[in-house]
Write a protein that binds this ligand. Structure first.
Ligand code: SAM
Length: 270
């Protein structure tokens, strides 16, 4: 036996930067913190952390604010990026060479894959999601646990605009739009950061296109609130949007420049 496992995936550009994923980290801490605290394993994976390991270092730091036993393993398919990251290993943080198979013994409470699938083909997404969801910690209803979470999405270079899909062991749950409000022209500016499963579906006839049109309309109608600041305008627009779309969060998240919608409402038509 060689003892070698087959790596699943392909090396892609390693672009990353410090603090790029702060919006995603904070959302994970806020929405998944309780699950991470009670998880039997508080293992979190930063899958495809890139040329430098900053996003994994920061994920550990932010998870520890809500789940002190959390530990993070950065998994990267490009071996020299793993070798370079090793000198940043410390208590709770390590790095492994691997791909979508996730070469770790446990089943993680969290897998975060940011700006990874964007460089794959749309046709590959479903199989990758399935594979990663199957690696998550299973639901344990007797403990009130819905199981592990996969967060897969995309953002711009400095993390002002994000869109991500959250998936559980059973499949996709929600889509979150998150932005720095001060720099937003209109909500559909986020379209260029849609994850791979949705970016080619922003065309007439597809739900995500209808959603962004409605969001822009609600944003335009909320223009009078701009005099109280972009945050008040966003909150007003999301409140209107929630009359027609299954928004799953509330004002505490909207204040952060976020809104989360049930996946089923935005999923591509078959
Ligand atoms: C654009 S970088 C993203 C870095 C970081 N996650 C961020 O958002 O700033 C994408 C990284 O994912 C890695 N990658 C691509 N496919 C992968 C796979 N199947 N398993 C692990 N890493 C992968 C690439 O080698 C690359 O370093």
């Amino acid at each position: 036996m060689s003892g070698r496992t087959t790596l699943v995936g392909a090396v892609t550009r390693g672009t990353t930067s410090p603090n790029r994923l702060r919006r995603m980290d904070r959302w994970i801490a806020a929405t998944h913190g309780a699950e991470l605290r009670r998880a039997e394993t508080s293992l979190a994976v930063d899958l495809g952390y890139g040329a430098t390991p900053w996003t994994a270092v920061e994920l550990l730091h932010r998870l520890r604010t809500v789940a002190p036993r959390a530990h993070v393993v950065g998994v990267e398919i490009e071996p020299s990026r793993v070798a370079a990251a090793r000198r940043y290993e410390r208590e709770g943080l390590s790095f492994r060479h691997g791909g979508f198979e996730i070469p770790l013994p446990g089943r993680p409470a969290l897998v975060r894959a940011a700006n990874v699938l964007r460089q794959y083909d749309e046709a590959e997404v479903a199989a990758v999601w399935q594979r990663l969801c199957a690696r998550l910690a299973p639901a344990a209803p007797e403990r009130g646990s819905r199981g592990g979470l996969l967060v897969e999405g995309t953002c711009d270079e400095i993390g002002r605009r994000h869109v991500w899909v959250a998936l559980g062991p059973e499949g996709p749950r929600t889509v979150t739009f998150a932005t720095r409000l001060g720099s937003l022209g209109r909500p559909s500016d986020l379209a260029e950061r849609l994850p791979k499963a949705l970016i080619h579906r922003n065309v007439p006839g597809e739900p995500v296109h209808a959603f962004l049109l409605d969001f822009d309309r609600a944003w335009a109608a909320a223009a009078p609130y701009a005099s109280y600041g972009a945050r008040q305008r966003w909150i007003r627009a999301v409140r209107d949007l929630a009359a027609d779309w299954p928004v799953t969060d509330g004002p505490a998240r909207w204040r952060q420049g976020e809104v989360t919608v049930r996946w089923g409402a935005l999923a591509p038509r078959a």
